[in-house]
Design a protein around this ligand. Structure first.
Ligand code: 5AD
Ligand code: SF4
Length: 578
């Protein structure tokens, strides 16, 4: 039987502890046996859950491609597969069981096939061990803290031909310089902090993702600057609680400053997730109002509209405080679209508390809301409280859904007849003849247009509304819109910028200018001495030596090599246009 080595298994008591933050810079060394193994092999990753998980997918994909694996979208042809799990609500484990089963065929076809289980479920006590009993062909189980150790752990699995479980509950690392294979070339998520210290009584995240720890502002800014220069149109700053960003650094850094600085980098669209109401300051509202490129959209989870329920949830604000914050935000940003998360059937939720949630929703007039039925998570305090009967929760959930539908319809209808900017995501999932994308206020809009507009920002006139999506038409010639997009891409490309600058420097350089003037003079002299034997030979020799001096001038050499690259970039752009 195959051996299993448990390096570390999750432990919920340990997971609740908050060890000191440990910062490191990854050297990105890929072990030789993994480089050998990866040759000609393909990997596949399936991710569930929140944006933090999708960001982890991009990092794991980055490591695998550095090792030499190629990405595939077809799970059947994968030689290595990762299932990246979510533990926020129940059924996550059952979903994982079904998923693992589907990879048995890969193992039968390819005995060297490796299956990796990752994500938050793997941080839950006992899950990994029980999965291994049913599915002995699993190669590696890692928690969210081990993402940067993926190459090393895979190498160990290959070396010792054994299954490894490495899911530490107890890590407070911030690793920089991790590779990344991004899922999109025009919208990107950027982690600003990891983990959460809020310990809302229903939530598993503070246990699975560990202590709240911020990345240094300079590292976040560098990542965002690179994205701007690569032509990204949208950045979403990510943290379980973005509003407490920087407070742990204890050097005066805070989210308002970070937001202000990122917005100033000039990304066309900037968003952030997720906000914690009691830490949303007026300074943050002012920064949002100041920058046109910060979307007028804010996801502000309230969870419940009842102060007593919020107290049992361990949320650190009351109904009144939340309403006052929503009012202050609307005063400064009148067209803002507010969205939220609501939990129905939280332990002990009374009819009156539920009615408070309904009335708060109507008062805030959310543009949309995510609604969740409370799901007990083992190890969290709420799981030990008295639960609301299923039938009551179900009824409340349906009632809540009606209210959400009405509010969503109301805010969608308000957009009818307006022309709004849409970031084109690609061909619509429902209709291959249509494109779809999101407006700045987070509404999904479908319209007819050519697929080459994917990744472009285009004006769309909204014609009709179907509550959760809108339909519109493109305003303007699609080719001109694409040309505008290319002009933008060229304007942010630092290489093309440097090339242009060098051209300017070159034309003004005094040394090159005098060499050029002398050259013209010598050229004339050579022409005039033609047929004069020795005099001509001498003049020609001097002319050629000047020619060499000009050709090998460092500025010109630099310009020529840049010109070659610029031509390549321009032909790539021409290829896109074709
Ligand atoms: N049950 C139901 N919903 C939950 N959420 C978090 N934990 C639970 C749980 N145990 C919801 C919250 C959170 C969103 C991401 O998931 O509303 O904001
Ligand atoms: Fe979970 Fe609360 Fe932290 Fe959000 S703030 S991740 S709901 S503990």
């Amino acid at each position: 039987m195959k051996k299993t080595l448990i390096i570390e298994a999750p432990n919920s008591k340990k997971a609740a502890q908050r060890p000191p933050v440990f910062r490191s810079v990854d050297s990105r060394t890929i072990p030789p046996n993994l480089l050998d193994f990866a040759k000609g092999k393909k990997f596949y990753i399936r991710t569930y859950g929140c944006q933090a998980n999708y960001r982890d997918e991009e990092t794991m994909a980055g490591y695998l491609s550095e090792a030499g694996f190629e990405r595939t979208d077809d799970p059947k042809e994968a030689n290595l597969a990762i299932i990246n799990t979510c533990a926020v609500r129940e059924n996550a484990e059952e979903k994982v069981y079904g998923e693992i089963g589907s990879f048995k065929a890969n193992k039968e076809k390819d005995p060297s096939f490796m299956l990796v289980l990752a994500g938050c479920v793997m941080g839950e006590e006992g899950v990994g061990e029980s999965l291994l009993k049913t599915y002995p062909f699993i190669s590696l189980i890692i928690g969210t803290h081990e993402v940067s150790k993926l190459p090393l752990l895979l190498s160990e699995v290959l070396k010792n031909r054994q299954t490894l479980v490495s899911s530490s509950s107890f890590s407070s690392e911030v690793v920089e310089n991790m590779p990344s294979l991004r899922l999109s070339s025009f919208e990107a998520y950027v982690n600003i902090s990891y983990g959460c210290d809020k310990f809302c009584t229903y939530c598993i995240v503070p246990y699975t993702r560990g202590r709240e720890r911020s990345r240094q502002m300079s590292d976040v800014l560098k990542e965002c600057q690179d994205l701007v220069e690569s032509g990204y149109k949208q950045i979403t700053l990510l943290g379980q609680n973005v509003n407490s960003y920087g407070l742990d650094l204890k050097d005066g850094t805070n989210f308002a400053t970070l937001l202000d600085k990122v917005a100033s980098l000039g990304i066309p669209r900037l968003k952030f997730l997720t906000s914690y109401p009691s830490q949303f300051t007026d300074e943050m509202i002012a920064v949002m109002a100041k920058h046109k490129n910060i979307d007028p959209w804010l996801h502000l989870p309230v969870q419940s509209g009842s102060s007593s329920c919020l107290k049992r949830m361990g949320r650190r604000y009351t109904r009144e405080e939340y309403l006052s914050l929503a009012k202050r935000i609307r005063e400064k940003i009148p067209d803002i679209a507010l969205t939220t998360d609501i939990i129905v059937g939280f332990p002990g939720e009374t009819e009156e508390e539920f009615e408070d949630t309904i009335s708060l929703m109507k008062e805030v007039r959310y543009a949309s809301a995510y609604t969740f039925i409370y799901s007990p998570r083992i190890g969290t305090p709420a799981a030990r409280m008295v639960q609301v009967p299923h039938e009551i929760t179900q009824k409340r959930f349906l009632r809540l859904k009606e209210v959400v539908d009405d509010l969503t319809k109301e805010s969608s209808d308000k957009m009818l007849g307006k022309t709004v900017e849409v970031l084109v995501e690609g061909v619509s999932k429902k209709d291959p003849n249509k494109l779809s994308g999101y407006s700045r206020n987070g509404k999904l809009i479908h319209f007819e247009g050519p697929s080459y507009l994917t990744g472009c920002l285009v004006p769309i006139k909204v014609l009709s509304s179907k509550t959760y999506s809108l339909h519109g038409e493109l305003v303007g010639d699609p080719l001109l819109l694409k040309a505008k997009d290319l002009a933008y891409l060229m304007s942010v490309d630092p290489f093309l910028g440097a090339f242009k600058n060098l051209g300017d420097v070159l034309s003004k350089d005094p040394e090159l200018q005098s060499l050029g003037e002398k050259y013209i003079e010598l050229k004339k002299k050579t022409a005039l001495s033609m047929g004069k034997g020795k005099e001509y030979e001498e003049a020609k020799k001097t002319l050629l030596s000047y020619q060499d001096a000009i050709k090998s001038h460092p500025l010109l050499e630099n310009y020529r090599s840049m010109e070659k690259e610029a031509r390549e970039e321009l032909s790539e752009i021409a290829e896109i246009l074709r």
